[in-house]
Design a protein around this ligand. Structure first.
Ligand SMILES: NC(=O)c1ccc[n+]([C@@H]2O[C@H](COP(=O)([O-])OP(=O)(O)OC[C@H]3O[C@@H](n4cnc5c(N)ncnc54)[C@H](O)[C@@H]3O)[C@@H](O)[C@H]2O)c1
Length: 319
């Protein structure tokens, strides 16, 4: 046997021992952005992928992309289903439907579905925005872990990736609800990683900064801050495909914290080693944001913004 063949065989053998290769994966929020990138990459790694999203049409588009790609030749296949991750009964049904599709239990679960919110200080952030954010970004991850963790423990191998965010530890102003939801998802991932010790199940928390997705355009970000966030994503955002590959490789190496971008690593380190200097920085950011506010007469009321955004989100979800 030639050297090349031996190397290929070893690579395949190694990959077969990795959680992210030839797995049975459930990806939530698989109709767009990071979730779609996970679904595509996992199918290319030879996996069977359940693409779950509140927007069934978008999830079906992801499946069509997988079917039209080189993934089926590598053993990859996919199926789309509607699931609102904020509803426990729907996540329970997702687990049962996924088992039917796989012909066995899921071995990798990616709690990715989320919405972007922000733009107002605490007190001006509407309770509707608080609720929507916590329902999807935190309860969605809680429901996913509650339903799938016991199944994975019984399986004795596999993994869970919770898509958190740098927001979970950066405490950036005007993002209170989003920050709280992601801090909760991060704490849950850390706890689960400890509880899964010796179970054969790996847990990762992905904490990116900006990634080029639809998170701002489809989210509930108020006023001019949506424009600023959109520009930040366009200028500094990484490609979801790159972030996802890094995240899956990190899971295969049993890494809990996955902080893929340099600016995220900087925030992580400065906050840990110089917390007071970091606080000064966030205070400065808050004051700058306050000075950028347009005159009150030009600003739509909080309710107007939320109602318009929610109408848009609901319309998309229903389609
Ligand atoms: N894009 C970024 O810059 C960034 C940075 C850090 C973390 N994140 C996180 O990444 C995750 C994915 O976001 P994205 O950037 O790909 O955004 P996206 O808007 O492109 O995709 C989000 C997907 O989640 C789905 N979704 C929304 N609510 C849902 C629900 N209740 N149930 C099921 N599906 C639902 C949407 O339909 C959409 O397909 C989110 O958790 C987000 O908070 C994103």
């Amino acid at each position: 046997m030639g050297l090349r063949q031996r190397l290929t065989d070893r690579l395949v053998a190694n990959n077969n021992n990795r959680t992210s290769y030839t797995c049975n994966a459930v990806v939530t929020g698989a109709g767009s952005g990071i979730g779609r990138a996970y679904a595509l990459e996992l199918a290319h790694r030879g996996g069977a992928v359940v693409c779950a999203d509140i927007n069934l049409k978008a999830a079906a588009e992801t499946v069509a992309m997988i079917e039209a790609s080189a993934a089926p030749a590598k053993g990859g296949k996919a199926w789309a289903t509607r699931c609102d991750v904020s509803k426990l009964t729907q996540v329970e049904k997702l687990a049962k439907d996924a088992e039917k599709f796989f012909g066995g239990p899921a071995s990798l679960v990616i709690n990715n579905a989320g919405i972007g919110t922000g733009g107002d200080v605490v007190g001006d952030t509407s309770m509707a925005d608080w609720k929507a954010t916590i329902d999807v970004n935190l309860w969605g991850v809680i429901n996913g872990c509650h339903v799938f963790a016991p199944r994975l423990r019984r399986l004795g191998r596999g993994g869970i990736i919770n898509v958190c965010s740098t927001a979970g530890f950066s405490a950036a102003p005007l993002m209170s609800a989003y920050n709280v939801s992601k801090a909760g998802a991060l704490a849950l991932s850390e706890t689960l990683a400890a509880e899964m010790a010796g179970s054969g199940v790996a847990v990762s928390a992905l904490c990116p900064t900006f990634v080029k997705t639809n998170i701002v355009s489809d989210g509930l970000i108020a006023g001019q801050n949506a424009g600023i966030a959109n520009r930040a994503v366009a200028l500094t955002g990484r490609s979801p495909a790159k972030i996802v590959k890094q995240s899956l490789d990190a899971l295969d190496h049993q890494q809990l914290y996955v902080v893929p971008q340099i600016e995220a690593k900087l925030i992580w380190n400065i906050k840990r080693h110089a917390p007071n200097a970091y606080l000064t920085g966030t205070r400065l950011m808050a004051r700058l944001a306050d000075r950028r506010k347009p005159a009150a007469a030009n600003v739509p009321t909080d309710n107007t913004v939320v109602n318009l955004s929610q109408t848009k989100t609901r319309a998309k979800a229903a389609s």
